[in-house]
Ligand binder design. Structure first.
Ligand SMILES: C[S@@+](CC[C@H](N)C(=O)[O-])C[C@H]1O[C@@H](n2cnc3c(N)ncnc32)[C@H](O)[C@@H]1O
Ligand SMILES: [Mg+2]
Length: 302
């Protein structure tokens, strides 16, 4: 049963148009200045010291998930800390973003600042480890996160460099910005959807934030047997890359499920790729293996 599930996923994936040939154009990684913010650990939620329901729309906030991120908020820029896997994955996911978004917006992927003139939002930006390189690639970036402390750390770190000091950081949620009728050329939510209250509602908010003919990019972990073995047992218990309990296997989405809920939200998935880890080199790379970590790029349907 498991093998037929993987085969079905791979067959489906191969039917998608792909062009990952720009994988070599990694963006320069941001400097790794450690930044810390003192204050209460659960200084979280938009304008609240508790996990406030931010909007009259269904809230994406899931309190136990936010508590986990709040507890390790100080470590965002410690490249050897709990967010080491995200730091390590960053060049690979930036390569995917450069490749797909340059094609989408007809920009030159060889340019140092290909996203000049485009408005991006990084939903669930944490300490800003994705917002910063996207800004260096020319995008006008808004970073939002449900945890106030993350936003403070992101702001402090971004202010270390005049280029990244332009990032608009805000402690809020996607659904709240939908109410404010904000729109962005590209809406990016990496490694967030498995931590929200309702993935389908979250996708509706991501879609509503995406401008007409804009792009939506989501990454997460496949709900497969391999992901249970690698992303939970190995990463949390054996290798201890992540704090135990970081991920709930049942909150993961299969690529088919993600595609379907994005489709229902008005976003047509055009391309998908897997991220695979090479234990010999310690590096991540893009792959057609979407059985564990994967990323999907879609366009807003008319
Ligand atoms: C695994 S981290 C990913 C951070 C960043 N996107 C990256 O990939 O580098 C998940 C982030 O999502 C935030 N988050 C969780 N639920 C959220 C929600 N409903 N709205 C906004 N941010 C949320 C957490 O506070 C945390 O910073
Ligand atoms: Mg995660």
């Amino acid at each position: 049963m498991a093998s037929s599930m993987f085969l079905a996923q791979r067959r489906w994936f191969h039917s998608l148009p792909r062009n990952l040939s720009n994988a070599r154009f990694f963006s320069a990684l941001p400097s790794q200045h450690p930044v810390s913010v003192s204050g209460p650990q659960n200084n979280v939620g938009p304008k609240s010291n508790k996990f406030e329901k931010a909007s009259s729309a269904p809230s994406s906030l899931k309190e136990p998930e936010l508590a986990k991120f709040s507890a390790i908020a100080d470590t965002w820029w410690d490249s050897e800390g709990p967010f080491k896997p995200l730091h390590k994955m960053n060049p690979t996911r930036l390569a995917f973003l450069r490749s797909t978004l340059c094609r989408h917006f007809r920009k030159d992927p060889l340019s140092a600042r290909p996203f000049e003139g485009l408005r991006f939002i990084d939903v669930g930006c944490g300490g800003g480890i994705l917002s910063e390189p996207l800004t260096r690639m020319g995008a006008t970036v808004t970073g939002i996160d449900a945890i106030e402390k993350n936003i403070k750390i992101a702001r402090l770190h971004a202010n270390l460099d005049p280029t990244t000091s332009t990032i608009e950081y805000c402690c809020t949620t996607a659904e709240k910005l939908v109410e404010e009728q904000r729109k962005f050329d590209a809406v990016i939510a990496l490694e967030v959807i498995e931590h929200v209250a309702d993935a389908a509602e979250f996708c509706k908010s991501l879609s509503a934030l995406t401008a007409h003919e804009g792009a939506t990019v989501v990454s997460t972990i496949n709900r497969s047997m391999r992901s249970y073995a690698t992303a939970i047992v190995a990463a949390e218990y054996l290798l201890q890359w992540l704090p135990k309990g970081t991920h709930q296997w049942s909150s993961f989405l299969t690529p088919e499920e993600l595609t379907m809920i994005l489709k229902r939200a008005g976003v047509d998935v055009k391309e998908m790729a897997g991220f695979v880890y090479n234990p010999l080199t310690g590096r991540w790379s893009l792959s057609d293996d979407i059985s564990v970590n994967f990323i999907a790029y879609g366009t807003k349907e008319k």
